[in-house]
Design a protein around this ligand. Structure first.
Ligand code: S3P
Length: 439
């Protein structure tokens, strides 16, 4: 098995466009990863619908197939996972290559730490730069034996006979850290608890419950007892609010436009982008609320109006953590200044998103200043330029939408990784937003 090594893709986006109509963006990435992982650990069959057929989730799928889990593809977005049970994973014959996917590496490391066989987790250049000490340290306290290079992948995980439960106080609000420890905690003796400064996305806790596991949760805390069995279930995956965010942005920055986004997951740990765009003046309605397997879902209707600059406080960051590339573009299109603080985690995502966004905005003629934990952006006139996405899917999609308000073409380099989270983004953007995007 090897990392997808997509051919290089650059985009040119012509200025202008008019968002209108109805869009169903692909399935939620976080929930899709977890549907494979928990389905694999369960007893019996798990049927997944609305699965995200993107490179990151396929990395997770291939990793579990390499450990003997039988996964049937019923359609592009439909899967049947034949659970192996908590003790049923088999030693992979090669390192597990997790491509660009931080979620795969951090969550799978928690599971591998508890197995009776050794494993090695690798990833692409971006993933190999990302901090793994935040999972290695707590897993080591649980008794795991993990070797890394300067706290980074590749991770070599040695078998141990038993993990012990811990109480972990995380210095960052990170669902990847929390989920890693909870998954390891399934194999530990006793009660494993994770505390974090803000509540990060809670898909693991919700989905564990759907598989019959008792999980205790409160603000900033989640805990479970080891030894609980998972029972196969049905997982309908909502549309990903992090992908919908680019279309919320598109309509929000073009006054007079309107889009309807269908079946979007609105788990309260993920809806920060809706609050922030509303605070800037966008009109966003949540229509037809319902639930998909324990996850709240609705249709989002967004209408464009003139936006104003705002202050985004540290307490608003966790629930919008993946949406800051889109929010930075909204800030560039708003009247006045937007300040973001408490967002230093953006520096260790698929790229340093503070540096990549501020650099790109400055090239487009926007006054933007990077700070250690955020940015100060003055709304203004967006010109044309060549932008480096640094191989980061969300940087590429955010600057593509900036084309709607640009006065000249924007060329965006290194966009192939858009397929990690949003296969078909270009086609959808051309159809629903009228974006003049060519690759
Ligand atoms: C994710 C958690 C977030 C997010 C990432 C997906 C998850 O990372 O940025 O895209 O699925 O658990 P952190 O938990 O490290 O902030």
């Amino acid at each position: 098995m090897s990392s997808p090594n997509p051919a290089r893709v650059d985009w040119t986006v012509a200025p202008g466009g008019k968002p209108s109509g109805v869009v169903r963006v692909p399935g939620d990435k976080s929930i899709s990863h977890r549907s494979i992982m928990l389905g694999a650990l369960a007893e019996g069959v798990t049927e997944v619908s609305g699965f995200l057929d993107g490179a990151d989730c396929l990395s997770t799928m291939h990793a579990f197939e390499a450990m003997g889990v039988h996964i049937e593809r019923l359609s592009e977005t439909g899967l049947r996972v034949h659970g192996a049970g908590l003790q049923g994973l088999r030693p992979p014959s090669q390192p597990l290559d997790l491509g660009n996917s931080g979620t795969s590496m951090r969550l799978i490391s928690g599971l591998m730490a508890a197995q009776a066989f050794p494993s090695t987790l690798t990833g692409d250049a971006s993933l190999s730069r990302r901090p793994m000490q935040r999972v290695i340290e707590p897993l080591s306290r649980m008794g795991a034996r993990i070797e890394a290079i300067d706290g980074r992948a590749p991770l070599r995980i040695h078998p141990v006979s038993r993990l012990r439960a811990i109480d972990h106080v995380s210095s960052v609000a990170s669902a990847q850290v929390k989920s890693c420890i909870l998954l390891a905690g399934l194999y530990a003796q006793g009660r494993t608890e994770v505390r974090e400064p803000e509540t990060s996305r809670d898909h693991t806790e919700r989905m564990l419950r759907a598989f019959g596991v008792n999980v205790e949760t409160g603000p900033g805390v989640a805990a479970l007892n080891g030894g609980q069995r998972l029972i196969g279930t049905r997982i309908p995956v909502p549309a990903d609010i992090s992908s919908a965010a680019f279309f919320l942005l598109a309509a929000a920055i073009v006054p007079g436009s309107e889009l309807l986004l269908q079946d979007v997951g609105i788990n309260p740990t993920r809806t920060g982008v809706v609050d922030i765009l509303r605070q800037m003046g966008a009109v966003i309605e949540m229509l037809n609320p319902r639930t998909f397997g324990g996850e709240p879902v609705c249709d989002l209707r967004v209408r464009g109006q003139a936006l104003r600059g705002i202050r985004i406080e540290p307490g608003q960051v966790a629930s919008a953590i993946d949406e800051f590339p889109a929010i930075f573009i909204a800030a560039a299109c708003a009247q006045g200044e937007t300040r973001v603080t408490g967002a230093e985690e953006l520096r260790v995502k698929e790229s340093d998103r503070i540096a990549a966004m501020v650099d790109g905005l400055c090239r487009l003629g926007i006054e933007a200043l990077a700070t250690p934990d955020g940015a100060i952006i003055q709304g203004g006139r967006i010109g044309g330029a060549e932008i480096d996405s640094h191989g980061d899917h969300r940087i590429a999609m955010a600057f593509a939408m900036a084309g709607l308000r640009a006065t000249a073409p924007i060329r965006i380099l290194d966009c192939a990784n858009v397929g990690t989270s949003f296969p078909g983004f270009g086609r959808t953007a051309v159809r629903a937003v009228g974006l003049g995007l060519e690759s």
